[in-house]
Write a protein that binds this ligand. Structure first.
Ligand code: 1CP
Length: 335
């Protein structure tokens, strides 16, 4: 929390995107026989899965176990998370009539979120819990394409070809996302991360004109709570300044540009989060340490640095390497 607020820290704090997931045998065990979306609605299971990586790795924060499509499911969108695929939407949104699938989200739609966050903040003691939501563009991509997409062609076709419909879709998603983050903050999360995972597919001009207003609306909706807002995307080297400008306190950076360059692009008054290549976890110990040293050195250019991977933990990662990395980051950054 201090690093997010650009205050002095005894060592660089570290957590990992997707730390609560498939790299852990204990996760695979407790998930056996329970579908992904169903798991997200069972507070005891959510609590257990969220705590697993904290116990095992000694990370400095917990990431709430859920998924970006949970609020959409909660308002009645017909979707599922298919194993090995990801979110799949039964009736993709391509017309104004399709927008009727999206209504506002109230706390009563997600009682299991409030319950799990409450339970977790009690069990975590001093370790902060990070809540999250998908940003409007990334959610729109799943809704318009109907599932995971490499090129986001239907999404961009709507953005370029039906700008009014696009603006309305993003605005509705901004409302839902703001409400979903507000539920988590009211229940006690210490920080929030807005995942615009696929924003890197956009040019800076298109991001600024057609996406940034919706993300800015979300970030400003939760500003008054004073919890740090982390804003992350993949392949967003050219968008980092705008992602900060949208209203983030911390800008997440993937591994494609060094953190000192990211800091130049973001400008003063923000902390950064990142950015070790997740594939580095597959290298020998000495190489991993050298790469972590590079990240820590470049991170010294920032007013605040939260160590993380540049994207999520890869499913085949040996969890013992993650534990070793946490220990190394703590030790090397305290020197
Ligand atoms: O059965 C399983 O284990 C399914 C795998 C899985 C998991 C563990 C999915 C399906 N979601 C999750 C949990 C999850 N999703 C978390 C909490 C755990 C943690 O981070 O430790 C978080 C933060 C997310 C967020 C998420 N879901 C994002 C944004 C983060 C990112 O990776 O960029 C995205 C894009 C999704 C969609 C999604 N859900 C699941 C998958 C496999 C995907 C990606 C599909 C695709 O490639 O488009």
């Amino acid at each position: 929390m201090r690093a997010c607020r650009r205050e002095p820290v005894p060592h660089t704090p570290v957590w990992f995107m997707r730390q609560a997931g498939r790299s852990l045998p204990e996760y695979r065990k407790v998930r056996e026989g329970t579908a992904m979306l169903e798991s997200c609605m069972l507070p005891d299971l959510v609590t257990e899965i969220t705590l697993q990586p904290v116990r095992r790795h000694n990370v400095d924060a917990a990431i709430f176990f859920s998924d970006i499509v949970v609020p959409l499911k909660a308002i009645g969108v017909d979707l599922d998370i298919k194993p090995g695929v990801g979110p799949v939407v039964a009736h993709p949104i391509r017309s104004r009539e399709d927008l009727a699938q999206l209504r506002d989200l109230t706390p009563e739609d997600v009682p299991y979120i409030t319950e799990a966050v409450g339970q977790l903040t009690r069990e975590l003691g001093g370790t902060p819990l990070i809540g999250f939501a998908g940003a409007p563009f990334t959610l729109a991509s799943y809704l318009v394409e109907g599932g995971p997409s490499k090129n986001h062609e239907f999404t961009k076709a709507m953005m370029y070809g039906a700008p009014d419909l696009w603006a309305e879709l993003l605005d509705r998603l901004a409302e839902i996302t703001s409400q979903f983050l507000t539920v988590q903050i009211e229940a006690g999360v210490a920080a929030v991360q807005l995942f615009d995972s696929w924003a890197g597919a956009l040019s800076a001009a298109d991001y600024r004109a057609s996406v940034m207003p919706a993300s800015a609306k979300v970030l400003s909706a939760v500003e008054g709570y004073g919890v740090p807002r982390i804003h992350f995307g993949v392949g967003t080297g050219e968008l980092l300044g705008l992602m900060g400008e949208a209203g983030a306190d911390v800008v997440g950076v993937d591994w494609r540009i060094p953190l000192d360059e990211a800091v130049r692009r973001i400008g003063p008054g923000k902390a950064v989060q990142g950015n070790l290549d997740p594939a580095v976890l597959f290298t020998p110990e000495a190489a991993m340490r050298a790469k972590a040293d590079e990240v820590l050195a470049a991170g010294r250019a920032a007013e605040g640095h939260v160590f993380n991977l540049g994207h999520g933990v890869l499913p085949n990662t040996d969890p013992e390497r993650l534990t070793a990395l946490v220990e190394y980051v703590h030790e090397a950054s305290a020197r």
